[in-house]
Design a protein around this ligand. Structure first.
Ligand SMILES: *Cc1c(COP(=O)(O)O)cnc(C)c1O
Length: 384
């Protein structure tokens, strides 16, 4: 089965471009809200770094989600999309002063703090503005996510977060500072996680840490478990919406929240990946010595995941019903890594055929670059 695309409309658009199915996005958001709303005090902050297309952000804001930002630019993009500061959280190991000041000016819900020097700078900048910044400490839980090494973040060797053994002293230190208020703990163990056991391991770790806090008579209002839920890149048509029930049930069953504590999530990929496709035009079919190449007009400047993470994206020829043939689908960029897929089956390709590179709504358009002086791809939606 192929995805359904408005091919006639596509023929009028300059390729390559991103196409977002807003109906699927809305269904996905509804599936999330249906699960979240069954639990008192649960909140979802969309991880903006997955996709900051203004139309996508607006639909997510309309669905009532908050925003998880990792830069001042993302805080600005969310402000433009209408997110109130009270629904923004801000994480990142290297927040610069202007970014912290922007967060303070927007009165964001919480800074997720990753080191003591950062805590002190936030305290100073808040003091200069006569404000008190809400902070949560991002702890490194040393829980391994069984995913690609470049997208694990919760191991002791990663740069993210504060070591667990420093948790109590750091919180006690923060209590001495006049212009920060400790409101929570924050975690994020990695991305494209499909094994619920990884999230269970995180829950167990948080339970231990909360027990330790209790022994020190410290309590926090908010627990933020980050994001990381993966999607089915192999079957975008059969599994367009991730298994949110299994994901949220894991937390409902395994995490021991204290009375009155709220639970925050920061999903990115699982919200937007399946609703986006990169649409590209076949330029040439080249018969190599040992294989056939479909050379397309998109490159890793438009979608870097295959080159960066050896990621698999399903590809479909959406303008051909010709018998299946086998191709390497490659881009025009002068790098050997500019390959979208090797030895895949496609309906027979000719010059001019449109290919859809599926499941590209997350970490696609937002990671585009202008290498080789290429234009950035445009993002269209099914609403336009
Ligand atoms: C990237 C990131 C997320 C979202 O990760 P996904 O795998 O897209 O769900 C959430 N929280 C933080 C702090 C992140 O850096």
């Amino acid at each position: 089965m192929k995805g359904k695309f408005p091919v006639e409309r596509f023929q009028t658009l300059r390729t390559p471009f991103y196409y977002y199915d807003t109906e699927l996005l809305r269904q996905t958001l509804k599936a999330i809200n249906d699960e979240i709303s069954r639990h008192e005090g649960w909140h979802m902050h969309y991880a903006v770094k997955a996709n900051a297309n203004p139309k996508v952000l607006q639909i997510i804001r309309q669905a009532g989600l908050g925003a998880d930002c990792v830069s001042g630019g993302e805080i600005e993009a969310c402000t433009r999309a209408g997110f109130p500061g009270s629904k923004m959280v801000y994480a990142g190991v290297g927040k610069s002063d202007w970014e912290i000041n922007l967060g303070l000016d927007r009165d964001i819900f919480c800074f997720n703090v990753e080191s003591i020097p950062e805590l002190e700078v936030i305290n100073e900048l808040a003091k200069a503005k006569g404000k008190v910044a809400r902070v949560a400490f991002r702890l490194n839980p040393n829980v391994g996510a069984h995913t690609h090494a470049n997208i694990t973040t919760g191991l002791a060797e990663n740069k993210f977060g504060i070591a667990m053994r420093d948790m109590v002293p750091v919180i006690e230190h923060a209590h001495q500072l006049s212009n920060v208020q400790v409101v929570g703990l924050h975690f994020h163990i990695g991305s494209q996680i499909l094994d619920m056991g990884d999230f269970q391991a995180l829950c167990n770790r948080i339970n231990e840490l909360q027990d330790e806090l209790e022994r020190h008579r410290i309590s926090v209002e908010h627990i933020n478990v980050g994001g990381g839920l993966g999607i089915d890149y192999s079957h975008p048509n059969r599994v367009p919406i991730p298994d949110f029930k299994a994901y949220f049930d894991t937390y409902a069953k395994k995490l021991r929240l204290r009375p009155g504590q709220t639970l925050h999530f920061e999903l990115g990929r699982a919200v937007v990946a399946q609703c986006g496709s990169l649409i590209t035009r076949t330029l040439y079919i080249k018969e190599g010595a040992v294989k056939k190449f479909a050379i397309v007009d998109a490159g890793f400047t438009d979608l870097i995941r295959p080159a960066l993470y050896q990621a698999y994206h399903k590809i479909e020829n959406i303008t051909s019903d010709e018998p299946i043939d086998t191709y390497d689908v490659v881009g025009p960029i002068c790098e050997s890594t500019d390959v979208f897929a090797k030895q895949i089956d496609l309906n027979g390709c000719r010059r001019g055929d449109l290919l859809a590179i599926r499941s590209a709504g997350a970490y696609g358009e937002i990671m585009a670059s202008q290498y080789n002086c290429r234009q950035l791809p445009v993002g269209y939606t099914s609403d336009d």
